[in-house]
Ligand binder design. Structure first.
Ligand SMILES: [Mn+2]
Length: 389
């Protein structure tokens, strides 16, 4: 017997479409909207409460299942999970643990009991209409089959037009960073190619020239987006690169030649965080009308974020990240956000989820500020920062 691969055939192993499980993972219920008016569904029995009471959704928020629900509810922001796995990435519990209030939001009251952030003075839950949009479907053995499904769901959210002339903003909680490709591609489907700038927080450049032949891995979504012409390098600003697994000098030079601007932790060491943050904020304002935030939690130092797949010491402190997120979301037209690579089961405590939620909350806080017109650079509520002196 002669092995056909040795005779020059492509070494492809075909899937079996007759397997009853072939499409089972992505079959949508037909009665999603049956017997009810469209609109967000508040699944909580009480008007508000402590975090240890109620049904766990993201921050105890109402649920929406269809674009009609988003439209009817004039929903500003829809948070969805995307538990993308593949390659070295097994399931991470990121999205589900972000719904779980156990310890990570022990004092955060919800609903009508929600309290304001002490930097803006606003309770975002009252200023914005935000929902939990559930999760994208996942084919547990194939990134390639899952990616188009994520793209469809993100596009479904971003395509909803609101009466105020805006569109619903998807926030995607992951899941592997290969998500950057379907998340951004979906936004490009809605807003047009090369219309949206990206600020990319990460310990790693995610611009790997190789992925064993795979276009989509957790290590190269930036390259995949550029390769396929979704955007130009000059729309990309990267913050937080460090360590021996991020990139190398030739790849940095190649990225620079492609127009990508990067701010490494070495630059932070040389110039200080304040100066680097101001530069990054200025650069994203210049690059496009709309902004997408791609936030890999490993940009944060492992002291504050041990629960991630590829931790790298020497990262941003949580106190540096939170104002940055608030400012980005207050001072720019954000059309999408992803918070990825969260891996709570690598954290014996609850620090990682608590901090990832703080990042997400500051983004929502910033969006609430923008809705209120509080967009002056670095705005803080005067009473909160000055007791009269
Ligand atoms: Mn990373």
């Amino acid at each position: 017997m002669v092995d056909p691969i040795d005779k020059g055939e492509q070494p492809i192993v075909h899937l079996n479409p007759d397997d009853p499980g072939y499409d089972a993972w992505r079959v949508v219920r037909e009665d999603l909207a049956e017997g009810r008016e469209p609109g967000p569904i508040n699944v909580q029995r009480y008007k508000g409460g402590f975090p240890w009471i109620g049904i766990p959704t993201f921050f105890h928020l109402p649920v929406a299942l269809t674009p009609e629900d988003l439209k009817a509810g004039e929903v500003d922001v829809a948070i969805m999970g995307a538990e993308l796995v593949g390659g070295m990435r097994a399931r991470t519990w990121g999205p589900m643990e972000m719904r779980n209030p156990h310890r990570s939001e022990i004092y955060h009251l919800w609903g009508e009991w929600a309290m304001p952030e002490l930097d803006s003075g606003l309770a975002w839950e009252r200023e914005l209409r935000v929902v939990d949009y559930g999760d994208a479907p996942m084919e547990p053995l194939s990134l390639e089959r899952t990616i188009p499904e994520v793209r469809k769901l993100v596009r479904q959210i971003a395509g909803v037009k609101l009466k105020n002339g805006k569109q619903t903003v998807p926030i995607i909680v992951g899941g592997a960073h290969a998500l950057m490709y379907p998340d951004y591609a979906a936004l490009a489907d809605v807003y047009g190619k090369d219309k949206i700038g990206v600020i990319h927080f990460d310990a790693h450049q995610d611009y790997a020239p190789t992925g064993f032949g795979h276009i989509h891995t957790h290590g190269n979504p930036v390259r995949a987006l550029l390769l396929e012409g979704f955007l130009e390098g000059d729309k990309f600003v990267q913050v937080g690169l460090r360590g021996p697994t991020s990139t190398d000098v030739p790849t940095l030079k190649e990225a620079r030649a492609a127009g990508i601007r990067y701010h490494t932790m070495a630059e932070v060491e040389k110039r200080g965080w304040e100066a680097v943050m101001e530069d990054a904020l200025k650069e994203v304002r210049e690059q496009a009308d709309y902004l997408f935030i791609s936030f890999d939690v490993d940009v944060i130092d492992p002291t504050f974020m041990p629960g991630t797949a590829t931790p790298e010491p020497g990262g941003l402190y949580i106190r540096e990240v939170l104002p940055m997120m608030r400012r980005l979301c207050a001072e720019n037209d954000i059309v999408g956000v992803e918070i990825v690579e969260l891996k709570p089961d690598a954290d014996v405590g609850y620090t990682s989820v608590q901090n990832a939620k703080a990042v997400l909350r500051q983004c929502l806080n910033g969006m609430a500020m923008r809705k209120k017109g509080l967009t002056e650079p670095g705005y803080l509520h005067p009473v909160m920062v000055d007791d009269g002196h």
